[in-house]
Ligand binder design. Structure first.
Ligand code: DLL
Length: 434
């Protein structure tokens, strides 16, 4: 079923007309209301009425995270403060936090887009939703909450943490849908096993996982261990929060972008020039309907590929490939570029290893070194030393062969790597310490 047939299955020609109309109105709005954008437009010598076609978007300035930081906290808002009904903020793991504000209409739109997302994942109004995304300034908790309510489902607003209690409630309340980060889903499975509760035997049917990169290999593990269909959901607080794009359960092959609200482009991160369809580039969004903090050509730093070919679910919206990493997460080890997700795929495919890992990057002299710490499974743990050593060298060999980098691999005991209630911390970069 499709929640909003009209907007999710619109012929692309009509969709593009709608996008252009909204883009032009957006330009008028920010030029009139946001001094930051007026200045940027003036510097480039562009006026809102210069936007005559969607291609003209290339005339417009980019917005980057630093711009939001410079305008901290409310400088990018486009409406008077009394029209803002909610504030969220990004975690600020890569610097000062960024703050976003929503009008009532923004909140309503977000609820509708999340309701679309739930239905795309296969959920219905009669389902109940165990929402383990964190509630608070993070957009995950409240975003999923309002969406599930808009759909008419029953929400269990458990938030993150108290993991044993979560497992107990999964058993007692028997929800149909769970929302959390993919790494937390595995932690729940693991905690269930310790408690003698096998989550795959419970009625739980669907998992809606996002907020951090994960791989298809990780999806298979989660689907097997929890006995569910695992759906990828994408979003970022600057643009709205969760629900900017979601996979459909029918294809599980790329995330449908809610294009009537967000105009997506992919660009070469170095030059800023657009890349062709089917080519990987940095994802850039323009918010077409947002009132509180509309953004023009916001550079997400996330890398993906866009696909506008029809999907078997009937939606006509473009799909983005699973985000395999942020350009800022790319490690350059002795000149070779690697993403944590590429390492994850190799680890998960190795018998006896778990998806719990951390990458430690250090600088020794002038050389960068990479150590991969990965937990072994319980069965592997009791194995002989020589077998463990064999696994270590096998992984090192595969990493060298497939990714071209030399890494030290250290197998660690089960449960040794700290579990996260939200986004997992995969990279420990010690290069700039001391
Ligand atoms: O993580 C919003 C969200 C909440 C999305 C719940 C999905 C589910 P931020 O904290 O602002 O917002 O972080 C946004 O997280 O730019 C990506 O780098 C990463 N990210 C989010 N979803 C995915 C995903 C939320 N499905 C940043 N796959 C984004 C890969 C993701 N990376």
């Amino acid at each position: 079923m499709i929640y909003d047939i009209k907007n999710e299955t619109m012929p692309r020609e009509d969709l593009e007309k709608l996008q252009l109309k909204r883009l032009r109105a957006l330009c008028e709005r920010v030029y009139a209301n946001v001094p930051f954008y007026r200045k940027k437009f003036d510097e480039l010598g562009v006026k809102p009425h210069d936007i005559q076609s969607l291609k003209d978007i290339s005339l417009l300035p980019f917005t980057v995270k630093q711009d939001l930081r410079d305008q901290y906290p409310f400088g990018m808002f486009s409406v008077p403060k009394d029209q803002i009904v909610r504030i969220h903020s990004s975690s600020g793991t890569t610097g000062k936090a960024t703050v976003v504000g929503y009008t009532q209409r923004d909140i309503d739109n977000w609820g509708q887009l999340m309701a679309r997302s739930f239905m795309a994942a296969g959920a219905t109004a009669s389902d109940s939703v165990h929402n383990a995304y964190g509630y608070g300034l993070f957009t995950g908790g409240l975003g999923a909450h309002y969406g599930a309510e808009a759909l008419g489902a029953t929400v269990i607003p458990i938030s993150g943490g108290a993991t044993r209690r979560q497992v107990m409630l999964l058993k007692d309340f028997a929800p149909d849908v769970i929302c959390c980060t993919p790494s937390y889903a595995l932690f729940l499975a693991e905690t269930g096993e310790e408690m003698g509760i096998d989550i795959k035997e419970l009625p739980l049917r669907i998992g809606i996982f996002g907020a951090e990169p994960w791989t298809d290999e990780m999806r298979l593990q989660i689907e097997k261990r929890l006995g569910i269909t695992a759906i990828d959901i994408y979003g970022l607080s600057e643009i709205m929060g969760p629900g900017v794009a979601i996979e459909c359960w029918q294809a599980q092959n790329g995330l449908h972008i809610q294009e009537d609200h967000f105009l997506a482009e992919t660009i070469d991160p170095e030059t800023g020039e657009p890349v062709g369809p089917g080519e990987e580039g940095e994802l850039v969004f323009t918010t077409l309907t947002k009132e509180g903090i509309p953004l023009i050509r916001y550079r997400t730093r996330d890398l993906t590929t866009l696909d506008t070919t029809p999907c078997k679910c009937g939606r006509t919206t473009a799909r983005m490939k699973r985000v395999t990493g942020r350009s800022d997460d790319m490690l350059i080890i002795r000149g070779v570029n690697v993403f944590p997700s590429q390492i994850e795929s190799i680890l998960i495919e190795t018998e006896g290893l778990t998806p719990h890992y951390q990458l430690i990057v250090e600088r020794k002299g002038n050389l960068d070194t990479l150590e991969i710490q990965v937990e072994v499974s319980d069965s592997m743990f009791s194995d002989e030393i020589k077998n463990l050593q064999r696994v270590e060298s096998k992984v090192m060999k595969n990493i060298k062969e497939f990714l071209g980098v030399t890494a030290r691999v250290r197998l660690v005991n089960p449960k040794e790597i700290e579990r996260s209630m939200g986004k997992a911390k995969r990279i420990i970069d010690k290069r700039n310490e001391g």
